[in-house]
Ligand binder design. Structure first.
Ligand code: NAD
Length: 358
């Protein structure tokens, strides 16, 4: 399966079982023979898939090298990107060379940021291996690192030259990270595709349908990103459940509750808020909650409501005194709603107390 993302710099997304071995051949269509390729990966992914990626690049006539950093969000820092940039310079990469991000969202975000900075911008190829990276972070050109003051505070928009998604790599992904990614997959169903939502609800085993599920998610992100490459409007619907999710992650000090789990709870609460406001079809919250539960994700949390509401009202996605929130009309149909912060806080308190006490 193949898609073209028509952003300022268009690029292809390939979704195909086993396509990791085509990495070199696919890059040969984009870069000159003999070009240097720096494979950026983490300490979990490189030992499993690194040699296949390097061999494929070598066979296609490229000169690959590798930079491997310790796996985990803790590495997503300026210092790691600094080391990465030093490595690229040491290897003598020029603007006709390229980077390959082989790994999850942490790898893609950092390699993309390094590619945006190195020599004021070199090309990079995304080879996402986690579910979250395959359906979300590898597409759309957002790159970033965390600062001590908060997540993803330094970054750049830099679109990849190619995205190569091999669903077979999910076979080695630890189950916790698989369900984490399912939070985002379910989100796409909620915001854009009733058909995807129903497939997820009805499937006994996702494996045989994984390619088409990944395609649906990526196609949804493609469409939204094409309309709003630099995140000034429509792209906001991708944040359904995220504002509350971030507040919950923060309340848990970014440990104990995964991003997907936090977003899942956020989606449930926002659906319930929409129902409470009479803007979301009755019964939507229950449908989302039972789908999340099917994939092992929680639908409520013990964090005090006031703490969540307060953190949410301070969220950066505000607009002057107003907040813009993402709500559903029904499953598959989302919209952005603007309301005063104080009103939002009041409605949340009412709606969330109702949900917790159900
Ligand atoms: N740029 C964007 O648009 C965007 C969107 C969403 C999230 N993100 C970012 O993505 C990051 C989270 O991504 P993530 O969950 O992929 O984190 P991650 O990159 O840390 O990967 C999760 C874990 O799975 C391991 N792993 C990945 N693929 C594997 C495989 N196939 N087999 C075995 N182990 C594997 C990794 O080593 C890591 O331990 C966050 O930093 C978040 O901010 C970015």
């Amino acid at each position: 399966m193949q898609l073209t993302v028509n952003t300022s710099k268009p690029y292809e997304i390939i979704i195909e079982r086993g396509c990791l071995d085509e990495l070199g051949g696919r890059c040969a269509a984009l870069f000159s023979a003999g070009a240097k390729a720096a494979v950026i990966s983490d300490s979990n992914v490189f030992p499993i898939y690194g040699e296949r990626a390097m061999a494929s690049l070598r066979e296609a006539g490229f000169a690959p090298s590798s930079f491997v950093f310790p796996a985990g969000e803790g590495s997503k820092q300026l210092s790691t990107v600094g080391d990465m940039l030093g490595f690229l310079a040491q290897q003598g990469l020029t603007r006709s060379d390229f980077l390959v991000a082989l790994g999850g969202g942490v790898t893609g975000d950092m390699a993309g940021f390094a590619a945006a900075c190195y020599l004021r911008g070199v090309s990079f190829v995304q080879v996402p291996t986690s579910l979250l990276a395959q359906v979300d972070s590898s597409v759309g050109g957002k790159t970033a690192v965390d600062l001590p003051q908060g997540k993803n505070l330094a970054g750049a928009f830099h679109q990849p030259a190619l995205v190569l998604i091999d669903p077979d790599t999910l076979g080695t992904l630890p189950p916790l990270f698989f369900s984490d990614g399912m939070g985002e997959v379910i989100k796409y169903g909620c915001i854009r595709s009733r058909a995807l939502f129903d497939t997820l609800r009805d499937a006994a085993d996702l494996t045989p349908q994984m390619e088409s599920i990944l395609f649906s998610c990526v196609d949804c992100k493609r469409e939204i990103v094409e309309h709003d490459e630099f995140d000034t409007g429509e792209r906001m619907v991708l944040n359904f459940g995220h504002t509350l999710g971030h507040a919950l992650e923060k309340a848990h000090s970014y440990t104990g509750l995964t991003h997907g789990a936090a977003v899942g709870i956020g989606m449930v609460l926002m659906a319930h808020l929409g129902e409470h406001m009479g803007l979301t079809e009755a019964g939507t919250t229950e449908q989302i909650a039972s789908l999340l539960e099917k994939y092992g994700l929680p639908v409520s949390d013990s964090t005090p409501l006031d703490q969540i509401v307060e953190a949410t009202a301070l969220d950066k996605k505000g607009l002057g005194g107003d907040l813009r929130i993402v709500l559903l009309r029904t499953i598959g149909d989302s919209f952005v709603h603007r309301l005063p912060r104080a009103e939002f806080a009041r409605l949340c308190r009412e709606a969330f107390a109702e949900w917790e006490g159900r």
